[in-house]
Design a protein around this ligand. Structure first.
Ligand code: B3K
Ligand code: ZN
Length: 855
């Protein structure tokens, strides 16, 4: 298979300053007439090569003349045309079949709509074109379609004209004045209703906003609209970036390979990130809508106005845009809780990726299939890189850096290096060593050892770093690691200032004077660097920090580390002090000064997967047993507290305020511990919450709590939930997901049954993720010692690959982590990977992930 390498980048041979597209839309057969003005780029005599995927030219014209069969060739999808002059008009005619497009890339049909997805390489499934992000064109798009089936016709940019045609058809034309790469092209045709609103930009221009959904879904679009307006105002205030077209449209579609897409002026969304109401959306869903709406909106500058030169630069737009959406969400809610959530996601997804066979740098060196590189490393670790630069620069200089970046590269296709240089020039900082973060894969390990010398009344912090080997990178150089650090005086419970220490050597030490007694170390505060820190702090030190650290992340982290130590000790058969955990939880829960949402985060036990990451060989059964036992003990010892908390946090009426959300989070955590306590009425209380809840956050949490157990209420609640939401796909996903996530000994068999359920379908990516994606993330169930979990997921990958390779490939990484497990499990996981690889006609997507996982 062909491997694309970053070092092989060459500027395009031909540019396409303008393109006119004419679509005769029809679900079964759509005709596409493309007119490209092409200009030779540089002094060369190479022919024009246009990418195509599954396209057959019906006719080709150059400067108006039809080409004979020997004037062009088609090889592996690529259309080659020899051209003599420096500029030509090239026309192609093709026919495509949206209805039969199960890959959901290119032009496809979803629930009666026709819509597009082009990033990364979907445009070549629509028409012949140099499908690479550094070819920027102005688009003019004309669509004709049946007016009854497709009354609404949308494309990028601004609408210019529309009209009726004979035979019940109509047409519309849209122009996008901003040159853009073809991955940002979009059109939508369908019977859609609009939530219309407006936004006045900081320079006083009025923008028409539209969120387009099925008529019945209109009442569920208010939150997305508010998020959009907040995002527009935030980007003006925080980055000085204004919206640049007269219209901004968002369309929600039911079948979508990922979250959403930032097409210029016409964002297309997975409906799960647009639709929300209290009846069907949890608080997490509401936050997801807000975050993704913001993310796609922010791409208008970080991605669209300044785009990527090639796909190796993907993190240029994704890492930066995630950083922007994270900070936006923090500003809309709680900074402390948002940071904790983001770090939890980073550790669960990115640290795992970085320590396995699919580890790659934030700026990768090669790929077989670019769709496989929309990863937690590119997105979330990429965001951490921006965050570290912002921290080192401080807010003013960081803003000077981003201003320079946007000004310097507006209208261009840029590189990660361009971004770093703008930070250096605008922020006046030397980032030479910092650049290694883009090059070296693997999560750095930092050892921080504090030693006290009573004789000199000083304390020395010894810092050591190492970056583990990753595929293709056996040796690593020391990184520049910013560590926010403070030393706490155990007497006063306070520290003497938060310092930013730069760890740049493999080993270095700092001495602090004026400590007659030993202080307690708080390090990597705010998770200032995406590293794994190991310290010589005692359980007593951690308990101290869990009660006194004024940095909320560090306080949370101390609590988590306290729990991890107890759990890992217990799994290893060592004597452990669980009372310390129970006491820390009691103190945290009863501390009136703490935000309820923070409390809920802090007292939650580390996930089974995170515990697995702390072990040399993951033992899923031992981890589950230890975690479950500790959860039961915490439940039992603090039962009155949980009961009280559960009652106290019940609201009279639903609200979406941070306080109301925090109360629900705490209430659900209290329910979890109450159910774990072994109290006779645990299932009754959970069922009560399930039945009485006026919102999905409490209803689903109660369902999840019941799903972990074996009560009669479990089946009743699942039935009620199913019958209530059987016709609402997004909510029915929760029914599948909750069962696939459940800590239940029979989960693996249940998932097998659910795979045969009449409402299960491989055609809808959300449904696949709800069942198999969730299941593969349920460590205890997926790694069932029978190996059945592996077989289920492998079967799904094989079947799905024939329909939708991109989504199939996303299920491979959990199987690829076999090196982390015992011999028996590893052998079974490998055997499933080998079986997948033998499948005839396997996609490039799955081939790449599976073969790398076996290497
Ligand atoms: N840029 C898109 C992701 C496209 C994924 C293609 N496989 C959404 C986003 O990150 O905003
Ligand atoms: Zn993005």
């Amino acid at each position: 298979p062909h491997i694309v390498r970053r070092q092989d980048y060459r500027p395009p041979d031909w540019l396409v300053p303008d393109i006119a597209l004419d679509f005769a839309l029809d679900a079964a057969a759509t005709r596409v007439h493309a007119t490209l003005s092409v200009t030779r780029n540089g002094d060369h005599d190479r022919p024009l090569r246009l990418d195509g995927d599954g396209l057959l030219p019906l006719e080709i014209r150059v400067d108006g003349a039809v080409l004979a069969a020997d004037q062009w060739s088609l090889d592996g999808g690529t259309l080659t045309i020899a051209l003599s002059n420096s500029a030509h008009m090239v026309e192609t005619f093709v026919e495509i079949a949206p209805q039969g497009n199960s890959k959901l890339m290119g032009l496809y049909a979803s629930g009666g709509l026709l819509c597009t997805q082009c990033e990364a390489e979907g445009f070549r499934r629509i028409t012949f074109f140099p499908d690479r992000p550094d070819v920027l064109s102005r688009y003019s798009v004309r669509m004709t379609a049946d007016k009854a089936l497709y009354p609404v016709l949308l494309a990028n940019g601004d609408p210019v004209e529309q009209g009726d045609l004979p035979d019940g058809r109509h047409w519309a034309r849209w122009n996008d004045p901003f040159p853009k790469p073809c991955y940002l092209f979009a059109l939508v045709a369908g019977d859609l209703a609009c939530n219309a609103d407006r936004f006045v930009t900081m320079s006083g221009r009025e923008v028409q906003l539209g969120i387009w959904v099925r008529e019945a879904d209109l009442p569920r679009t208010a939150h997305a609209m508010q998020a959009l307006k907040n995002s527009m105002a935030w980007d003006e205030r925080v980055y000085g970036r204004e919206y640049d077209l007269d219209v901004f449209n968002i369309v929600a579609v039911a079948d979508f390979n990922f979250g959403a897409m930032e097409n210029k002026g016409l964002n297309i969304f997975n409906s799960r990130y647009i639709l929300a109401d209290p009846e069907t959306a949890t608080d997490i869903d509401y936050d997801g809508v807000e975050g993704v709406v913001a993310h796609e909106y922010f791409h208008n500058w970080s991605g669209n106005r300044v785009t990527c030169r090639d796909w190796f630069q993907l993190s240029l737009k994704e890492g930066f845009t995630v950083f922007r959406d994270q900070n936006f969400s923090a500003d809309m809610g709680s900074h402390a809780v948002k940071r904790i959530e983001d770090v939890r996601i980073l550790r669960a997804a990115q640290f795992q990726e970085d320590s396995g066979p699919l580890a790659h740098p934030v700026r990768p060196e090669s790929y077989m299939e670019i769709s496989n590189f929309y990863t937690a490393t590119i997105y979330n670790k990429g965001a951490e890189l921006i965050r570290m630069m912002a921290l080192m620069l401080g807010p003013e200089r960081f803003r000077a850096g981003t201003d320079l970046y946007f000004d310097r590269h507006d209208g261009e296709a840029a590189t990660c290096e361009d971004f770093v240089r703008a930070m250096e020039d605008g922020g006046e900082i030397d980032l030479a060593q910092f650049r290694l973060w883009y090059e070296q894969a693997g999560t750095p390990h930092v050892r921080a050892l504090l030693s006290h010398d009573p004789a000199t009344q000083s304390v020395t912090l010894l810092l050591e770093q190492s970056v583990p080997p990753t595929p293709g990178q056996p040796e690593k150089r020391p990184m520049a690691i910013p560590l926010r650090t403070a030393l706490f005086d155990p007497e006063t419970g306070q520290h003497r200032g938060d310092e930013l220490l730069m760890l740049t050597e493999a080993r270095q030490s700092v001495t602090f004077a004026g400590w007659p007694t030993a202080p307690i170390l708080s390090i990597n505060r705010g998770f200032s660097a995406p590293v794994i820190v190991e310290t010589n702090r005692s359980q007593a030190d951690l308990a101290f920090l869990s009660a006194h650290d004024d940095d909320p992340f560090a306080r949370y982290e101390a609590m988590q580390q306290l729990m991890v130590n107890v759990l890992v000790g217990r799994i290893g058969g060592q004597p452990v002090d669980e009372d310390a955990v129970v006491a820390a939880i009691r103190d945290t829960v009863t501390n009136p000064l703490l935000d309820p949402a923070f409390i809920a985060e802090a007292i939650r036990l580390p996930s089974e997967a995170y515990l697995g990451d702390q072990m040399a060989v993951v033992d899923p059964d031992a981890i589950h047993a230890a975690r479950d036992a500790l959860q039961r003990r915490i439940g039992a010892e603090l039962e009155p507290l949980w009961r009280d908390m559960h009652g106290k946090t019940k609201a009279n009426a639903f609200a979406l305020s941070p306080a109301a959300k925090g109360a629900r989070k705490l209430r659900n955590t209290a329910l979890l511990y109450l159910a774990a306590s072994g109290a006779a009425d645990g299932a009754t209380v959970a069922f009560g919450q399930f039945s009485e809840a006026d919102n999905m956050t409490e209803r689903q949490a109660a369902l999840a709590t019941l799903a972990n157990g074996a009560s009669a209420e479990r089946e009743a609640a699942l039935d009620i939930f199913y019958n209530r939401y059987r016709d609402d796909a997004l909510t029915l996903d929760k029914w599948f997901q909750t069962q696939a996530f459940a800590f239940h000994p029979d989960t693996v068999d249940l998932v097998e049954e659910l795979g045969r359920h009449k409402d299960f379908t491989l055609a809808n990516p959300n449904r696949v993720r709800a069942l198999y994606g969730a299941f593969a993330g349920n460590q205890w169930a997926f790694h069932h010692k029978s190996g059945k979990g592996y077989r289920l997921v492998a079967d799904c990958i094989v079947a799905l690959d024939k329909l939708n390779p991109q989504t199939a490939a996303r299920l491979v990484p959990p199987l690829g982590r076999w090196r982390r497990f015992d011999e028996a499990r590893a052998a079974m996981m490998r055997a499933e990977l080998q079986r997948i690889l033998l499948e005839p006609g396997l996609s490039k997507d799955v081939t790449e992930q599976v073969s790398k996982s076996l290497e």
